[in-house]
Design a protein around this ligand. Structure first.
Ligand code: FES
Length: 243
């Protein structure tokens, strides 16, 4: 009989490699354990998964659709392909859809060199979008001394909402409006300075694009000229650590 602290494992095949992983793993976690990297935008290890961006899709034998690996649990005997033609095409399609509603100012964007959307477009050979349609025009929230929120660059992954709630316990921001008008804001669709934001910067640390950038470092150096270090915020005295 197994001890209560002994973790149960299942055997799966991922990209032709047989691996044994903890029974309660997601496919994304299992891939990581197998040394296989799957792209992610809304996933961050510090917060719970929503499966909102879909860039992490994989092919699983016996499944018609491509599930999001960050929210899909492994099962004994599962056969997973993370790089099939169907998977690659689907990820390219998702990137094109995101680009269709995204500003094309990457050359001067503060997040250039530190943008997952840019990295994946490069990795998957997506130079432009075939999809033309309405582009959302939203304002830039610049009313505070620390964080600039460029809503046009927001892909609505929700990572900033989750880290503010689940890690910081502040719960300052959330989704507002619906459909094409969906945005992220402080209560009553207001800018950050109208809420009880303490400007800890955790939202910036998980943003996968240039939607959330630091006004302190803006224009001083590009991402590849700087080094991330663990630091302690001295703004409010709580002493939060972040990179
Ligand atoms: Fe899995 Fe976004 S990373 S859906």
């Amino acid at each position: 009989m197994k001890g209560s602290d002994e973790m149960e494992h299942v055997s799966i095949i991922i990209d032709g490699k047989k691996v044994s992983v903890p029974k309660n793993s997601t496919v994304l976690e299992a891939a990581k354990l197998a040394g296989i990297e799957i792209p992610t935008l809304c996933h961050h290890p510090a917060i719970s998964n929503t499966g909102s961006c879909r860039i992490c899709v994989v092919e699983i034998e016996g499944h018609k659709n491509l599930p999001a690996s960050c929210v899909y649990p492994v099962q004994e005997g599962m056969v997973i392909n993370t790089k099939s033609e169907k998977v690659i095409k689907s990820r390219q399609h998702i990137l094109e859809l995101l680009l269709a509603n995204h500003p094309k100012d990457c050359m001067t964007c503060e997040a250039a060199g530190n943008c997952k959307l840019m990295d994946y477009c490069y990795d998957y050979g997506v130079e432009d979008s075939r999809f033309e349609g309405a582009v959302s025009k939203r304002h830039v929230d610049d009313n505070n001394p620390f964080i600039q929120r460029d809503y046009e660059k927001c892909i609505l992954c929700g990572a900033c909402v989750k880290i503010c709630d689940e890690v910081q316990g502040n719960n300052v921001i959330d989704f507002a409006n619906r459909g094409f008008d969906t945005t992220i804001s402080a209560p009553f669709n207001k800018d950050l300075d109208a809420g009880n934001c303490v400007y800890c910067g955790q939202c910036m640390s998980v943003c996968p694009t240039g939607a959330l950038t630091s006004k302190i470092s803006k224009g001083k150096a590009r991402a590849w000229e700087t080094k991330k270090v663990l630091t302690t915020c001295s703004y409010c005295g709580v002493g939060c650590n972040f990179y």
